[in-house]
Each structure stands twice: as structure tokens, then as C-alpha cells.
Design a binder for this molecule. Structure first.
Ligand code: GRF
Length: 201
């Protein structure tokens, strides 16, 4: 299975994914490249370190979102990508993109969806007084932070947690959960029926 990662920023999930699949070579996952939409994304530095090809597609070079996405889709198709992994990719994919890669786009969210959607999920959970939050890996559909849930893991919010310690705990869980979900997809162990994912054969 050919996999591509799309990121915009830090890229710690990208790095965790690369490392996992370098270590577990027996599986059928071939991580082809990283695509970023930001020139200065730290994910690119990680890609160079990890010797993974990185491609910067500059949105400024395109008149429309559709043209930008078409350029990305072209690259993905050229390399016969089977799975697109969003890892801190800060753009909403259009119906066009999602049709081209139907049920082949994954995302990770730092909360237990459907709770705490949005780009401040860890902070929102922390401020809410919730005692449990977590991480979700899901298929991407046309709504934001929405789509069939693949895996979730909970993280407790303890009395002595600060936002910083909670963020650390969440990211640690993310780095474990995302490779697992990718492996399940690539091993054809996910089936999708009526918007619900079944894990396992
Ligand atoms: C992660 O917390 C992920 O859940 C969210 O964006 C963040 C990306 O972090 N979608 P990184 O760039 O992988 O370090």
C-alpha cells in the first residue's frame, strides 16, 4: 500500500509514523512522501532527517482551491497512492478531493470525537473540566472533524495536569494510535458499512 502524508506544521505525527514503519518492515506499508502546504513547516526538516521525500505545494501558485487540490491529487495519483494521511494538515479538503480518494483519507484529532471538535481541542477539553479526553483516528468526510471513527484511546485529565502536561500525554497517545490505524487500513482490516467502521476481519 502506498501512503502519503499531508502536513502543515510541526510533523510529530509524521515522524512517529515514519519511525514505526521503518521499525516494522514486515508490513505492507510503503510511505512514499510528505506533502506540505507551508514552506517553513517543521515537518519538512523531519522528512529530510528521516530521508523521506518532501514536496512543498505552494497554495499561492494557484488561483483557486480546486486548482491547488488538483495539483496535489495529480502527484498522489502519479505515485499510485492508496492512502492519504492527514497529520496536522490545516486545510479542509473539498468534495472533489474526497471523491478522488473516497474512504482513503485518514485524520487524527486530539480529543474523543464527537466531543471537542476544532483546532483548540486539547485546550477546550482542559478548560471544560472534563475528566477524560483522548485521541481519535477517523476517515475524513466532508464535515470538519467528522467521519467514521476507526480507533480511539482515552486520556485522563488529572487534578495536577496542566495544559502542557495534557498536551504531552495526548501527543504520546497520538504517536502510538496513528501508526496502528494506518497498519489496520493497509492490512485491509477495516470495513466500512453505513458510516460505521468495523475493525478486524
Ligand atoms: C495533532 O495534535 C493532531 O491531532 C492535530 O494536529 C496536531 C498535529 O501535530 N490534527 P503534529 O504536526 O503531528 O506534531
Amino acid at each position: 500500500m502506498n501512503v502519503a502524508v499531508l502536513a502543515s506544521g510541526n510533523g510529530s505525527n509524521f515522524e512517529a509514523i515514519v519511525k514505526y514503519f521503518k521499525k516494522n518492515r514486515t508490513n505492507n506499508v510503503n510511505l512514499k512522501f510528505l506533502i506540505v502546504d507551508k514552506k517553513t513547516a517543521f515537518a519538512r526538516v523531519r522528512a529530510k532527517r528521516l530521508k523521506v521525500k518532501d514536496i512543498f505545494v505552494d497554495p499561492k501558485n494557484f488561483k483557486t482551491k480546486l486548482a491547488f487540490e488538483k495539483a496535489i491529487v495529480k502527484k498522489l495519483k502519479l505515485e499510485k497512492i492508496d492512502l492519504v494521511v492527514l497529520a496536522g494538515y490545516m486545510r479542509i479538503l473539498s468534495p472533489y478531493f474526497l471523491k478522488e480518494f473516497k474512504n482513503k483519507v485518514l485524520n487524527i484529532h486530539p480529543a474523543l470525537l464527537p466531543a471537542f471538535k476544532g483546532d483548540r481541542a486539547i485546550r477546550d477539553a482542559f478548560k471544560s473540566g472534563a475528566k477524560v479526553t483522548g485521541v481519535t483516528v477517523h476517515f475524513v468526510d466532508e464535515k470538519v472533524d467528522h467521519g467514521p471513527i476507526i480507533l480511539q484511546l482515552s486520556v485522563q485529565i488529572k487534578n495536577n495536569d496542566t495544559l502542557i502536561t495534557l498536551e504531552k500525554k495526548i501527543h504520546k497517545v497520538e504517536h502510538k494510535l496513528y501508526p496502528e490505524a494506518i497498519k489496520l487500513f493497509c492490512d485491509a482490516k477495516l470495513s466500512l458499512k453505513g458510516g460505521v467502521v468495523k475493525v478486524g476481519k
